[in-house]
Design a protein around this ligand. Structure first.
Ligand code: PXP
Length: 252
């Protein structure tokens, strides 16, 4: 793999959403008649070329469960990216798991900026404490933020090595006359972040159509994609859905 290749992180949360739709009241997360197993799904993603696997352990446990994260930690060969809220409970859990990467995401209303990214400026001391504790434990931290100048600058000031730019507003605007404006905001954010020394990742709402434009963002290293890959896997199988996305990421 050349260094210029854009990396694909596959978010497998929605495989667990399907399992929870039927089995959320059981204490077990796999075995017996419980399906689908997100660990098996993640392994198929690996075989198909996923560069990392992302899971978001939400406070309400609506999809991924703690046991899923533990099992993934034992068997994944590619790096694990744990999305987590900036809470003491999640920090404790993350330190027990020691994922390769942790992406700090907003969960409660007051942590969210207008567009939906983490409000690093408004929560700077809490975010700083989480970034420091994870970094000390050897976890590479990224902050999931809107492409806003002050959020990007604060992310760099707090010493996070990576930001994941929130592409949700762009994805929602894709079929409207606001698309170019949203794309230009992401572009400016990627340039600013790079100039601040940040690694630039992006994600949310990326699909097989809009990826062909998103992948042209400057300085982009990795895209995190979940819903569209899991959705397509229903029709094509996991291997094909991951392979096709990875191919689209790196079409020249
Ligand atoms: N990146 C982050 C930080 C996320 O929280 C999510 C899931 O909401 C994604 C990427 C993947 O988004 P999607 O499932 O829309 O591809």
């Amino acid at each position: 793999m050349s260094h210029q290749e854009l990396l694909l992180g596959v978010n497998i949360d929605h495989c667990s959403t399907v399992r929870q739709a039927r089995y959320k009241d059981l204490p077990e997360t796999c075995g017996g008649n419980i399906e689908p197993d997100p660990v098996f799904f993640a392994q198929q993603c690996e075989f198909a070329g996923a560069d990392s696997i992302t899971v978001h352990l939400r406070e309400d446990r609506r999809h991924i469960q703690p046991r899923d994260v533990e099992r993934l930690r034992e068997c994944l060969r590619v790096p694990m990216n744990l999305e987590m809220a900036a809470t003491d409970k999640m920090l404790e859990f993350a330190l027990s798991i020691k994922p390769d990467y942790a992406c700090i995401v907003p969960e409660s209303r007051e942590e969210v900026t207008t567009e939906g990214g983490l409000d690093v400026v408004g929560n700077r001391s809490r975010v700083a404490a989480i970034v420091n504790a994870l970094t000390e434990a050897g976890v590479i931290v990224s902050l999931f933020i809107d492409p806003e100048p002050e959020q990007i600058q604060m992310s760099a000031d707090l010493g996070a090595p990576t930001v994941e730019l929130h592409t949700g507003a762009y994805a929602n605007a894709y079929h409207t006359d606001q698309r170019e404006r949203e794309f230009n905001r992401l572009k400016a954010g990627a340039e600013q972040g790079h100039n601040c020394g940040l690694q630039i990742n992006a994600g949310h709402g990326i699909n097989y159509v809009n990826v062909t434009e998103v992948r042209t963002l400057p300085f982009l290293q990795e895209l995190n994609i979940g819903h569209s890959i899991v959705s397509r896997a229903l029709f094509t199988g996991v291997e094909e859905s991951v392979r096709e996305m990875r191919r689209l990421l790196n079409v020249r």
